[in-house]
Design a protein around this ligand. Structure first.
Ligand SMILES: CCCCCCC/C=C/C(=O)SCCNC(=O)CCNC(=O)[C@H](O)C(C)(C)COP(=O)(O)OP(=O)(O)OC[C@H]1O[C@@H](n2cnc3c(N)ncnc32)[C@H](O)[C@@H]1OP(=O)(O)O
Ligand code: NDP
Length: 286
């Protein structure tokens, strides 16, 4: 890992050629919408889906980041468009589906990778900070899920949703607001996996462990330095680890899977600790 924010995780050059288990036509004829598609994990998902033959629609808040992702993927021959959408604003999400998604001919897979939080002891959260994280991660993800489900219902086509969450059972501290939000996403995903099965819609979650991305900039270097040893495999994961799991469960390979949350976390759901705020004296070994 490096402290250069531009060099956290795999860059476009690496994502363009990274080996994959998937065939070049695994998603041929499919259209994939990735929120947070210019971020670390979303960008890797987009590259993999595009390299498997899918058309891509990427969304995010930062137009410059979106442009750079679209340019890099276009230069590699992928079919991709980018749109500024703040997932916290249901009206902009509705505009995305009524406009670009419909004009493109619809989508087959929605990957919700937009999200984030800040590290802070829970006892110090302000009401505004708590609300910001809940709004971004729970409400924002829900707005995208519901808009996609309505799109598929109204166009009589099947669909698949993959929500990127965090490991909520154990071992991730200093981000209790995001644990609450992501537990909500996991809960609603299980609920609508049943409600929406008659519509041909599958809903699953991927819970990444420590995955080196530009998103890590929000954590102090001392905290980040411990992340690789937060799991029994004693290493950080890559955005490609997450991308391959997303495409597996979101694509036809996961066709009989719904309502699941898959930890792709090096076993950190079972062993290890990540203190995003630094480990307090109370929990120091010895
Ligand atoms: C076992 C697994 C191991 C995993 C290890 C790593 C775990 C997870 C890693 C990741 O998820 S990495 C990638 C994720 N990316 C990010 O997290 C992006 C960074 N975060 C944000 O962009 C923001 O925090 C936000 C959550 C999206 C909120 O943004 P918003 O624009 O709505 O809010 P702000 O205006 O910035 O702030 C609102 C409010 O929130 C409080 N607040 C914000 N930042 C902090 C902070 N650093 N410390 C304390 N409080 C904060 C604050 O109350 C803000 O209001 P004001 O006080 O500014 O008025
Ligand atoms: N990296 C890790 O170790 C882990 C990450 N995760 C989760 O995976 C997901 C992706 O994280 P990662 O790629 O690492 O982080 P990044 O910060 O690189 O990417 C997150 C993306 O989400 C977008 N985003 C955030 N809020 C909004 C919003 N309100 N509307 C639209 N877009 C938004 C950002 O776009 P823009 O910059 O344009 O605003 C950004 O590109 C997040 O939910 C994260 O919490 C979970 C566990 C571990």
């Amino acid at each position: 890992m490096t402290d250069d924010p531009m060099k956290l995780g795999l860059d476009d050059a690496a994502l363009a050629v990274h080996p994959t288990v998937f065939a070049a036509d695994a998603l041929a004829g499919k259209r994939v919408l990735v929120s947070g598609g210019a971020g670390g994990i979303g960008r890797a998902v987009a590259w993999l889906a595009g390299r498997c033959g899918a058309e891509l629609i990427l969304t995010g808040r930062d137009a410059g980041k979106l442009d750079s992702a679209v340019q890099a993927m276009t230069a590699a021959g992928l079919q991709v468009q980018g749109h500024v959408v703040d997932i916290r604003k249901p009206e902009t999400v509705a505009d995305l589906f009524a406009g670009p998604v419909t004009e493109a001919g619809g989508i087959d897979l929605l990957v919700n990778s937009a999200g984030g939080q800040f590290p802070q002891a829970a006892i110090d959260f302000s009401a505004k900070g708590w609300n910001a994280v809940i709004d971004n991660n729970l409400n924002g993800t829900w707005h995208m899920m519901q808009a996609a489900a309505r799109h598929w219902r109204d166009t009589s086509r099947p669909g698949s949703i993959v929500n990127i969450v965090v490991v909520v059972e154990h071992g991730l501290y200093g981000v209790a607001h995001t644990i609450a939000a992501r537990s909500g996403v996991i809960g609603v995903s299980r609920a609508v996996a049943v409600e929406w099965a008659p519509l041909g819609i599958r809903v699953n979650c991927i819970a990444p462990g420590a995955i080196e991305t530009p998103g890590w900039r929000v954590y102090a270097p001392e905290a980040r330095a411990t992340y690789a040893r937060s799991n029994p495999m004693m290493r950080a994961g890559t955005t490609w680890d997450i991308a391959e799991s997303v495409i597996w469960v979101g694509g036809t390979s996961g066709g009989y899977v719904t309502g699941e949350t898959i930890n792709v976390a090096g076993g950190s759901q079972l062993w290890g600790e990540t203190w995003t705020t630094g480990r307090p004296d109370w929990f120091q070994p010895g």
